[in-house]
Design a protein around this ligand. Structure first.
Ligand SMILES: Nc1nc2c(ncn2[C@@H]2O[C@H](COP(=O)(O)OP(=O)(O)O)[C@@H](O)[C@H]2O)c(=O)[nH]1
Ligand SMILES: [Mg+2]
Ligand SMILES: [Zn+2]
Length: 301
């Protein structure tokens, strides 16, 4: 097969040189990813053709809308999934989020130009009182995120309110669940997908090996229309080196004051005549958000 021909398919899981794709007829099929084509990610759209032995091979990776990325300790970027409409940041009272975790996710999602949604799971659990103020306050901050304009959806996989609030935002969109290990991402997937076993089973059958749902990023089809991606748990989510302006843009309430500082290259730290610092002093920007920004700025080297 030559040129950009072939059948358009959706990458459900990628192991690098091979993976599983969803064909237009709804079949899940093993597919080879040749090095010269590049490495498709979960959520990529590819054009597939047939090799001489009739097996499927990806011929082209279609242009990506966006990628959700994490950075490791050495600031190397790792793509988790592509072509997303929204990112669901899952937090819970157990494990309590680490300091600035939510802000790092928010900055990353804003840098992609798409909408973050905060999911507070395990609402059946009490926030432990003896926990460090840093983590517990993240949960107390939920109403403040809402006041900033973020959608916060409260869920529980054990009791009421259940997951009802999630269903409507997922419909007809491609969403990814991200968050610390243990916050309940896979449990949410389990409840949202009545046919999960069938879908993971079909993935195992097509690759001839077991699927490791806890270590691999996988895309599932929602019965209500749309797709949902489960990403493996991370202990710490890191962002890569950003432009300082990009970091500030990740704090949406800074927006009305950006461009009003005395110095046009102001990073809103120690500069005189900083409009952001003034907004903090006047109570128009929350102090805890500004302090989080300063910590991320300090790490952004
Ligand atoms: N109490 C409570 N436990 C939950 C809830 N959701 C998940 N869990 C538990 O939290 C643990 C981690 O869940 P899991 O879905 O594997 O988290 P993941 O690492 O984010 O995929 C499991 O023991 C779940 O049973 C919830 O809403 N309430
Ligand atoms: Mg999981
Ligand atoms: Zn400034």
């Amino acid at each position: 097969m030559t040129g950009k021909t072939g059948t358009e398919a959706l990458v459900l899981v990628s192991y690098g040189s091979q993976g599983v794709v969803l064909m237009p007829d709804g079949e899940r099929k093993a597919c080879k990813f040749r090095r010269k084509v590049g490495r498709p990610f979960c959520g990529d759209r590819v054009l597939v053709g047939r090799a001489d032995d009739e097996s499927l091979v990806a011929e082209t990776i279609l242009p990506r809308k966006n990628c959700f990325v994490r950075a490791d300790e050495r600031q190397r970027q790792h793509v988790i999934a592509a072509n997303l409409d929204q990112v669901l940041i899952v937090v819970a009272a157990r494990p309590l989020p680490s300091r600035d975790l939510t802000e790092r996710y928010l900055v990353a999602v804003h840098s992609m130009g798409i909408e973050p949604i905060i999911v507070l799971n395990k609402t059946d659990l009490e926030v432990p009182e003896d926990e460090t103020a840093a983590g517990a306050s993240v949960l107390e901050h939920m109403p403040e995120y809402e006041a900033l304009g973020y959608t916060v959806i409260r869920t529980s996989c054990k009791t009421a309110p259940g997951i009802a609030g999630l269903q409507s935002v997922l419909q007809n969109r491609t969403s990814i669940l991200v968050g610390q290990s243990g916050v309940g991402k896979s449990s949410l997937i389990n409840q949202l997908l009545p046919d999960l076993d069938i879908q993971t089973g079909a993935l195992s059958t097509s690759t001839g090996k077991g699927t490791h749902t806890t270590t691999t990023t996988m895309l599932y089809q929602l019965t209500t229309g749309g797709y949902l991606i489960d990403s493996p748990g991370v202990w710490e989510y890191g962002i890569w080196k950003l432009e300082n302006a990009e970091l500030a843009a990740g704090f949406i309430e800074f927006k009305p004051w950006l461009g009003q500082c005395h110095f046009n290259n102001c990073v809103h730290a120690t500069e005189p005549g900083c409009a952001i610092k003034q907004a903090v002093a006047e109570g128009n920007i929350r102090d805890w958000r500004y302090r989080s920004y300063l910590r991320l700025l300090e790490q952004n080297v």
